[in-house]
Design a binder for this molecule. Structure first.
Ligand code: HEM
Length: 500
């Protein structure tokens, strides 16, 4: 008997058809578009999982290994979702600027993105015309003197003074991060609602607690979102985080709604105090045919500003003080420059053009700390190519900003911490396009000007008042990172010694 007749004897026609269908589905699911960037194939679930886990733990060398194996643009699958990772300044610049027209979209089709924006469209997880309008309105509120009577500089000074008072009360070593988080959260409270809270007020701690829970899940690109939800619900830890997050979201919504209600009751078109007033003004004046200026969208914008404005900035600020205590000589040089240029007068933002060494130090800290190493994912909604490689529509694009900040083509000895690399022979600041803490192109961080001002005014005015030291002189903290949404320094304690 030949093989075909043996098989038909063993398997009848319906069974054969079922097997064929299963094989076909399997092949379709596993089939990969041709000419996409090289990388971990779709079928190799274990390697992809291991890659994402190591990345989550900020595993040293994971990215380098992938680049050595596959090149500077490589692909990984998360379930059926193709993800392309772009590294190195030239490639990142190509994506963010030269091909911004196609790569500036966000992967709004991802379940995680839909979940994060269930109350409304904001800026970070939105694209197209609504993104353009909402981003430009937010930028108006984020430009100094855009709204309100208090300038950003005054707002920041209020926080620097509050921090000074809190530091003077410290008898022992302390962790700076909780104080910094309160201070930077207050700047956003001021921009958005025109209010600030005392650092001992339980309301600010409850607000920070809510934000912590909301942003505690890994990211919008979570493998849990791609698994069947009936399974995910049975993973106790993930289920608990989701429940906590949803509760916190409802609490934040209630807090924001109460603030909006107060603003509506007190609204005066001739006195636009903050972002909420500006939003009410625009929604009254514009012919809002598309129903864009909803409270849901305002809520989404506000929650993104809280995340962008307090989490990334406080993480950056925490790195700044860690570098100060680990490099006391550099701290001393900054203090000497401040003393020479400004004496004992309060340091203003306008002084930054004269405080070049301080500026160079801040740039170098941002380059080495890489707080937003992997920013929000980009996505292309139509087929395209990148450096000759095919990028099919609905691909998630992750740009690895750290690889630009550390690109050996543009930085001599990139791992070395050396503020002088930003100064020329005559001590003038030099601009370095490969430095990209805030991204670039149409998606560049809209809060970059505010963040730069905060970093400068906090550092200079606090260095004028205190010298920061390790908890114990002989115990080095080093630059360990903590896994999280942003790249934060592992918690450390320090001392602030008041200067005479
Ligand atoms: C040192 C502090 C900060 C760093 C390192 C940082 C970094 C970034 C980066 C890298 C991006 C993404 C760029 C991209 O998608 O290509 C971004 C986007 C964003 N940031 Fe920041 N940021 C900081 C402070 C702020 C502040 C102070 C605010 C608001 C007050 C803010 C609000 C946002 C928003 C809303 C987006 C989304 C923009 C969009 O998608 O159009 N960030 N930020």
């Amino acid at each position: 008997m030949d093989l075909a007749s043996q098989l038909t004897d063993l398997i009848n026609l319906p069974v054969m058809l079922i097997i064929l269908t299963v094989v076909l589905i399997y092949l379709v699911l596993l089939s990969e578009p041709k000419y996409i960037p090289p990388g971990i194939p779709k079928w190799n679930l274990l390697s992809s999982m291991s890659f994402f886990m190591k990345l989550g733990q900020r595993h040293e060398g994971t990215m380098q290994k992938m680049r050595t194996k596959y090149g500077d643009i490589f692909s990984v699958y998360m379930g059926p979702q193709l993800i392309v990772i772009v590294t190195g300044y030239d490639n990142i610049h190509q994506v963010l600027v030269k091909q911004a027209g196609v790569f500036s979209d966000r992967p709004t089709w991802l379940p995680g993105a839909k979940e994060m924006t269930k109350f409304g469209k904001g800026i970070g997880l939105n694209d197209g015309e609504t993104w353009r309008i909402l981003r430009s309105l937010t930028l108006q509120a984020l430009c100094d003197n855009g709204v309100g009577k208090t300038s950003f500089e005054e707002m920041i000074f209020e926080e620097v003074n509050a921090i000074t008072k809190a530091l003077l009360e410290k008898q022992e070593s302390f962790e700076f991060m909780p104080l910094l988080t309160c201070a930077l959260n207050n700047v956003i409270n001021k921009v958005v609602f025109g209010v600030r809270f005392d650092y001992k007020d339980p309301e600010i701690h409850s607000l920070i607690g809510m934000l912590d829970k909301i942003f505690s899940l890994p990211s919008i690109l979570s493998p849990f979102d791609l698994l069947p939800q009936c399974i995910v619900r049975r993973i106790p830890k993930v289920h608990k985080m989701r429940t906590d997050k949803n509760e916190a979201l409802s609490e934040l919504r209630a807090f924001v709604d109460s603030q909006i209600k107060e603003h509506e009751d007190e609204y005066d078109s001739s006195n636009i105090r903050d972002l909420v007033d500006l939003y009410i003004k625009v929604s009254k004046e514009e012919d809002d045919k598309n129903g864009l200026f909803t409270k849901g969208n305002l809520f989404q914008i506000i929650s993104e500003l809280y995340f962008g404005g307090s989490e990334t900035t406080s993480a950056s600020m925490d790195w700044v003080f860690l570098y100060m205590i680990e490099y006391p000589d550099i701290q001393k040089k900054c203090q000497e420059e401040i003393q020479k240029v400004c004496g004992d007068k309060p340091i203003l933002y306008a002084d930054r053009s004269k405080l070049r060494y301080v500026e160079a130090t801040l740039l170098e800290i941002q380059r080495c700390a890489n707080v937003a190493s992997f920013p929000l994912p980009h996505g292309n909604k139509r087929n395209t190519t990148l450096n000759g490689l095919f990028i099919p529509e609905n691909t998630v694009i992750l740009v690895h900003l750290e690889s630009s900040n550390m690109d050996s083509k543009y930085w001599d000895n990139p791992k070395e911490f050396r503020p002088e690399r930003f100064l020329d022979e005559s001590g003038q600041l030099v601009s370095k396009p490969a430095l990209m803490p805030f991204g670039e192109g149409p998606r560049v961080c809209p809060g970059d000007a505010l963040a730069k001002m905060e970093l400068f005014l906090f550092l200079t005015n606090l260095l004028q008042r205190f010298t920061f030291c390790r908890e114990r002189d002989d115990v080095q903290h080093g630059f360990r990172r903590r896994a999280g949404r942003t790249l934060q320094a592992a918690p450390y304690r320090m001392r602030a010694v008041q200067r005479k």
